[in-house]
Design a protein around this ligand. Structure first.
Ligand SMILES: *[C@@H]1O[C@H](CO)[C@@H](O)[C@H](O)[C@H]1NC(C)=O
Ligand SMILES: *[C@@H]1O[C@H](CO)[C@@H](O)[C@H](O)[C@H]1NC(C)=O
Ligand SMILES: *[C@@H]1O[C@H](CO)[C@@H](O)[C@H](O)[C@H]1NC(C)=O
Ligand SMILES: *[C@@H]1O[C@H](CO)[C@@H](O)[C@H](O)[C@H]1NC(C)=O
Ligand SMILES: *[C@@H]1O[C@H](CO)[C@@H](O)[C@H](O)[C@H]1NC(C)=O
Ligand SMILES: *[C@@H]1O[C@H](CO)[C@@H](O)[C@H](O)[C@H]1NC(C)=O
Ligand SMILES: *[C@@H]1O[C@H](CO)[C@@H](O)[C@H](O)[C@H]1NC(C)=O
Ligand SMILES: *[C@@H]1O[C@H](CO)[C@@H](O)[C@H](O)[C@H]1NC(C)=O
Length: 612
């Protein structure tokens, strides 16, 4: 019975508060920057939309006479929002990410089935438990709304969890609990003060590290291999998780939808399509991810004020059929990324900040940097390469911006001070100086030499030990000792004496080799032979295979294994370990003989043999 035709004002406010909490629980609305109209959704505005619906229901009910629009909790419609109860589709499985010692982000996407009024939200409930069947022992649960405003994505923080614990989680439709998502697996980190030898229940901890996954270039077998065929517990992505380009993937069944990305619709559609790859779905379902972006999450060669084909000048807006200029494009990209990825907002007042640190007991700090989108000075945009070559030695050039750089130095010192054994630095681009037959990539740290020198000096001057830099972006494997670039007076490449750390730079999940797309192992090795000879710090080079690498970490040793996928032109889990490296705590260099003196692919600097 509808007894009132006019809404009591007080109840409106009650509704406003209650429903807003259900929206606000979905972090996708607030991402990446609550209160900024181009980069988040104002949940109060959405709530006003609901209040308008309440009016429509009370005044002209015909629009909402459908049985599929009950009020939330079945309460009095005058103070409850309408929700959709006509069925939900969990279209993109589940994911989790950015674990802490007591919480983790859970992600799904819940699309209403049928064709409901698009302005009505759907309600999703979640639960998380240490039992794989999610029977009893529910540690956290709750409900949250999603709607078309955030592409039906849902990102909630599960809290009150135990440290260093494996968890299982599942979503369901609030209005029909029988409709459930698949069950995902995730875990929390050990608490920061957990002794290094007790992390992960005393077992070594394995991270899988990825970069450069271009849909049209191949099937994401590397993700599936990591999930199914290694003991990876945490998945780290160093960027280029999506690409803005269209390409031609049709010959291998990988044609990308849409066009070159410019608007929020474009970026969402691309993320949506990438997340249909079964290997990627499996990897997101099987453990927490910790990600940072590189350039292609926005566009090729992005820096703080533009990309290779866009900036905020008249000419720089022309790339886009919809006339989007760089800033609009970047905000759209960033927003879609935060909707689709299980990543935290680090600082609500700093919309672009994704640089952040994870304290993983006293075993390691995993420090994730943003050398790309946050505050990078101008990079190689193809039409300015000569200028950038000249600028590359300027002392005031910055890759991270000085705020992040300061934070990074402080973070390194803090990490050592708190007694963490290892400092693992996840970042986008190759750190070590690389002369590739006379060609220098000035879009990598080689274009920002003084910035690199500041970091190397900081490590030496402050005796920061056990630093391991992880890099992507280059579509090839490069393993190096960290030292002053090309300086044989302070570093001995034979023994590694004088080095201050190690760099593991990994190949792409699929993107074409920088040695030449589809280059054979034999042809790539010819180049690698020249590269390890020409570059003092470089100890292993490999340029044929697509894949990823794992770090298996205990207090004494880091074992790094590079995996090569045999064929990415179709979906399969066929790969092999191409090289294994050891770093011993306290040595600050690769253990000799490097890779045990033998690899299954690529070229070692010294006395390398090819195993069988
Ligand atoms: C659910 O979503 C999947 C993936 O987009 C789609 O293949 C399937 O047809 C959808 N099911 C329904 C009932 O809409
Ligand atoms: C903007 O981009 C165009 C080409 O895309 C380039 O010609 C122009 O110099 C750029 N302007 C600025 C200010 O970077
Ligand atoms: C950076 O340094 C170069 C060379 O020292 C100088 O020409 C340039 O003006 C400086 N730029 C800024 C922004 O300070
Ligand atoms: C880079 O390597 C090539 C050989 O591949 C060599 O000719 C050239 O001198 C090197 N450049 C520098 C700056 O060392
Ligand atoms: C490395 O140093 C040697 C001399 O010590 C020099 O000939 C070579 O050009 C340098 N290479 C690079 C890439 O700077
Ligand atoms: C990869 O598989 C495809 C399809 O079976 C085949 O045509 C191609 O030769 C394979 N490539 C390699 C490098 O084995
Ligand atoms: C990887 O695991 C899958 C599923 O367990 C298995 O079918 C496949 O053979 C494994 N691949 C390798 C190279 O061992
Ligand atoms: C490589 O072999 C040479 C000659 O046998 C030997 O002197 C050198 O120590 C070896 N280097 C390494 C890194 O094992």
């Amino acid at each position: 019975m509808f007894s009132t035709l006019v809404l009591p004002l007080a109840l409106c406010f009650v509704a406003l508060c209650e429903a807003t909490a259900l929206y606000d629980r979905n972090l996708a609305y607030r991402s990446p920057f609550a209160g900024h109209s181009q980069s988040s959704v104002d949940t109060r505005e959405i709530e006003k939309r609901h209040i308008a619906h309440v009016r429509r229901q009370t005044e002209v009910a015909n629009h909402f006479d459908d049985e599929h629009y009950p009020t939330f909790y079945g309460g009095d419609f005058s103070n409850s929002p309408f929700i959709w109860s006509g069925g939900l589709n969990f279209t993109h499985s589940v994911a989790s990410g950015d674990p802490l010692d007591n919480s983790v982000l859970l992600w799904t996407r819940a699309v209403p089935i049928g064709n409901p009024d698009q302005s009505v939200p759907v309600c999703v409930s979640f639960k998380i438990s240490s039992s794989s069947e999610l029977h009893g022992d529910i540690v956290d649960s709750g409900e949250a709304f999603t709607s078309y405003d955030v592409d039906w994505t849902l990102k909630v923080e599960a809290t009150g969890l135990h440290p260093d614990t494996k968890y299982f989680f599942q979503f369901s439709d609030c209005t029909n609990p029988a409709t459930q998502s698949v069950i995902g697996t995730t875990r929390t980190l050990p608490s920061p003060d957990t002794p290094a030898n007790q992390v992960n229940g005393g077992k070594p901890l394995t991270l899988a590290v990825f970069s450069c996954s271009q849909y049209q270039a191949g099937w994401f077998n590397a993700y599936g291999y990591a999930a199914h065929n290694t003991s990876a517990e945490i998945f780290v992505h160093l960027g280029d998780y999506i690409y803005e380009s269209l390409g031609n993937g049709a010959p291998i069944g990988r044609q990308t939808l849409g066009r070159e990305l410019a608007t929020i619709h474009d970026y969402r559609q691309r993320l949506n399509q990438y997340r249909t790859d079964a290997s990627l779905v499996a990897a997101h379902q099987s453990g927490p991810w910790i990600t940072v972006w590189d350039d292609h999450e926005v566009a090729d060669q992005s820096w703080k004020a533009g990309t290779a084909d866009s900036n905020d000048s008249t000419i720089g807006c022309e790339f886009s059929p919809s006339g989007a200029c760089f800033t609009d494009r970047k905000l759209a990209a960033v927003r879609a990324y935060h909707e689709w990825m299980p990543i935290r907002q680090v600082d609500v007042d700093d919309k672009l900040r994704i640089w952040r640190n994870f304290e993983i007991g006293k075993l390691l700090d995993l420090t994730m940097l943003d050398t790309r989108q946050y505050d990078r000075d101008i990079t190689d945009l193809y039409y300015n390469t000569e200028v950038i070559n000249t600028l590359s030695t300027f002392p005031n050039r910055s890759l991270m911006g000085f705020e992040q750089e300061k934070w990074f130095f402080n973070q390194l010192s803090q990490s050592q001070k708190r007694g963490a054994v290892w400092r693992v630095v996840g970042q986008q681009i190759v750190f070590t100086q690389l002369n590739e037959s006379g060609s220098i990539d000035v879009d990598a740290w080689d274009g920002y030499r003084a910035n690199r020198e500041r970091i190397i000096n900081y490590l030496y001057d402050n005796k920061i030990s056990n630093t391991v830099v992880l890099s992507g972006d280059s579509h090839a494997n490069w393993v190096s000792d960290l030292a002053h670039p090309n300086d044989s007076t302070t570093y001995d490449p034979l023994t590694g004496k004088g080095a201050i750390g190690v760099e593991f730079a990994g190949t792409a999940v699929t993107s074409g080799s920088s040695f030449g797309t589809n280059i054979s192992p034999a042809a790539a090795d010819v180049k690698s032979t020249a590269y390890v000879a020409a570059n003092l710090d470089l100890q292993w080079s490999e340029g044929s295979y697509r894949g990823f690498f794992t770090l298996t970490i205990d207090p004494n040793t880091m074992h790094t294994t590079f995996y090569a996928m045999r064929n990415i032109t179709f979906a399969n889990l066929d790969g092999f370990a191409s090289a294994n490296f050891v770093v011993k705590a306290g040595e600050n260099r690769l253990s000799r003989p490097v890779a045990g003196g033998s690899t299954l692919a690529g070229v070692l600097k010294f006395n390398g043999t090819k195993g069988v």
